[in-house]
Ligand binder design. Structure first.
Ligand SMILES: [Zn+2]
Length: 451
C-alpha cells in the first residue's frame, strides 16, 4: 500500500484554533477509512525566532499507508478540514497543506526541514522542492503555511524526540477558564518524573500543562514515551469534559532549533545559536530586571540578554565576570535603533570561571588593626596607634565565586517548546524504532487511575 505524508501548518491565530486539533480531527477520519498510521502524528516546532511565526509555531505531519484508490479522497477531506477549522479571516493566518507520496523522504526535503527549524527559509524554496519531488501543495491566502507543512513532512525525528499527549475541550468550553484539579497534576508530576517534563514550574508552583488562550487544548503533557504520557494523562483529573485526546511525536525539549556556530561573527539575526566566548562586559541590570552582558572572541563581540522571566538563568547571568569562558544558547534578535544584535539567552553553559580577586587594606604592622587609606597614592594610616606608611600595600586575595561551572537553563515557565530541559540530559533518543501503542488516541475520558 502506498504511503502518504500530509503536512499542515499555520491554520490558527491568537484568537482561535490549533493545527494539532485539525490533525486530531483528521486522525479520526483517516482511521474510519482504515488508513494505517506508520507513525504517531508528528508535531514539529519550527524556529521560534522568525518574526512572522504563528503562536506556537508548530506544524503537523500525518504519515499513513492506505489503498491507492483512497488517496484523492483523503487529500480532499484534508483540504476541507483545514478550510473549515482555520481562522481564515485573521490577517497573518496563511494555511498550507503538503502531500508527499512515498516511503522515504528525500534528503533535500529533510535538509529543508532542518533549515526551517534552525533558520529562515523562503516560500519559493519550498515550492521548488515540491515541484522537484512531485509533492503537492495547497495554500490559502499568502500560502506561507506551505513552508511549515513541507518542513513537517521533512522532519522525520530520527535524532532526539519526545512525546506529547494533548487533551481537547468540547467546543462549548472554548474561551472559558480551564477546569482541572491542580493537585492531581502535582501528583502526576511526582509519579512520572523525570519521564515527563514541564508539568509544574518549580519556582512558582504554577501548573504548566494548560495553555491560556482560547484554543481547543485543555492540556498537553510532555514526556519520553507514549506509555508515560498516557499514564500521566490518566492521572490528571479534568473537571470539564474531554472531547478527544491524541499522542504526538515531537521535537519538543530537544534543542533542535539551536545550531552551533564556529565564532561570534557568524551569528545572524533570527538563527538560534550556540556560541562560545569570553565575557567582555560586566553584566548589568537594565529596567524591568533584564540582565545584559557581552561576550567576545577573536572574530567579534555580541550582546547577550537574560530576560526577567528566565528566572534562575537571569540570576546566574548576573554573577558572571569579565573573563569568564561561557557558551550561550538562544535566539538572535536583529539590531534595532536602540540595541545591537543580541542573543536572547535560553541556556548558559559556564566553562571556566576567572578567579575573583578582592583587594583589602593592609593590617597595621605595629598593632595589627586594619589600616585606613589616606587617599590614592598617599599611603595608609592606623587609626588605633597612629602608624602611617606609604610602603604598605593593599592585599589581594581570592574570594570564592558565588557561581559554579555547568549548564543553566531558563525556568520552565519561560522555556521555549524546543528548549531541552535539564532533566532530559542523558535521556536523549537515537534512531529508536517507533512502534504505535494500541490506543494512542481516544475520545472522552478514560478511567481515572489513582496514583
Ligand atoms: Zn596600628
Amino acid at each position: 500500500m502506498p504511503c502518504l505524508h500530509i503536512g499542515l501548518d499555520d491554520t490558527d491565530s491568537p484568537r482561535k484554533g490549533c493545527t494539532t486539533y485539525i490533525a486530531a480531527l483528521l486522525v479520526e477520519k483517516l482511521v474510519k477509512i482504515n488508513a494505517k498510521f506508520i507513525d504517531y502524528p508528528n508535531l514539529i516546532r519550527l524556529n521560534p525566532n522568525v518574526p512572522w511565526k504563528t503562536r506556537g509555531n508548530g506544524a503537523l505531519c500525518l504519515r499513513i499507508q492506505l489503498e491507492k484508490k483512497l488517496i484523492d479522497k483523503v487529500k480532499e477531506f484534508a483540504i476541507d478540514t483545514v478550510e473549515e477549522y482555520s481562522d481564515l479571516e485573521y490577517e497573518g493566518t496563511d494555511p498550507g497543506i503538503v502531500f508527499f507520496q512515498g516511503r522515504k523522504i528525500p534528503e533535500e526535503i529533510r535538509e529543508f526541514a532542518k533549515n526551517t527549524i534552525q533558520g529562515v527559509v523562503k516560500l519559493e524554496k519550498a515550492i521548488n522542492l515540491i515541484k522537484k519531488f512531485k509533492a503537492e501543495a495547497f495554500g490559502f491566502k499568502k500560502c506561507r503555511g506551505i513552508i511549515g507543512a513541507l518542513a513537517a513532512v521533512g522532519e522525520t525525528l530520527d535524532d532526539d524526540y519526545t512525546y506529547e499527549i494533548i487533551a481537547y475541550r468540547v467546543p462549548e468550553n472554548y474561551g472559558k477558564p480551564r477546569q482541572i484539579d491542580e493537585e492531581s497534576v502535582r501528583r502526576m508530576d511526582e509519579a512520572t518524573r523525570p519521564y515527563t517534563f514541564n508539568n509544574v514550574d518549580p519556582a512558582t508552583g504554577r501548573i504548566l500543562i494548560t495553555p491560556r488562550g482560547p484554543d481547543p487544548i485543555l492540556y498537553g503533557i510532555r514526556g519520553e514515551s507514549p506509555e508515560v504520557v498516557k499514564k500521566a494523562h490518566e492521572m490528571v483529573k479534568a473537571l470539564e469534559p474531554i472531547e478527544r485526546w491524541v499522542i504526538f511525536r515531537t521535537n519538543h525539549g530537544t534543542d533542535a532549533h539551536l545550531r552551533r556556530v564556529q565564532c561570534i561573527s557568524m551569528v545572524r539575526p533570527y538563527h538560534p545559536v550556540i556560541v562560545r566566548g569570553i565575557v567582555s562586559r560586566q553584566p548589568r541590570v537594565i529596567p524591568r530586571r533584564h540582565v545584559i552582558f557581552a561576550i567576545k572572541d577573536e572574530s567579534g563581540e555580541i550582546d547577550c540578554a537574560a530576560y526577567e522571566p528566565t528566572g534562575n538563568l537571569r540570576k546566574i547571568a548576573r554573577k558572571l565576570m569579565v573573563g569568564d569562558l561561557v557558551e550561550v544558547y538562544g535566539g538572535v534578535r536583529p539590531p534595532s535603533e536602540k540595541n545591537p544584535l543580541t542573543i536572547n539567552l535560553e541556556k548558559l553553559k559556564i566553562l571556566k570561571l576567572v578567579p575573583k580577586i578582592v583587594y583589602v587594606n593592609p593590617l597595621c604592622p605595629k598593632c595589627g588593626k586594619r589600616m585606613k587609606s589616606m587617599g590614592a597614592g598617599k599611603g595608609f594610616r592606623c587609626e588605633k596607634c597612629g602608624f602611617r606608611s606609604r610602603e604598605v600595600k593593599k592585599i589581594a586575595f581570592e574570594e570564592e565565586r558565588d557561581l559554579k561551572e555547568g549548564i543553566y537553563v531558563s525556568d520552565p515557565r519561560s522555556e521555549r517548546h524546543l528548549t531541552k530541559p535539564l532533566q532530559r540530559y542523558g535521556l536523549e533518543k537515537k534512531r529508536a524504532e517507533v512502534k504505535l501503542i494500541d490506543e494512542w488516541f481516544g475520545y472522552g475520558r478514560s478511567n481515572l487511575v489513582e496514583p
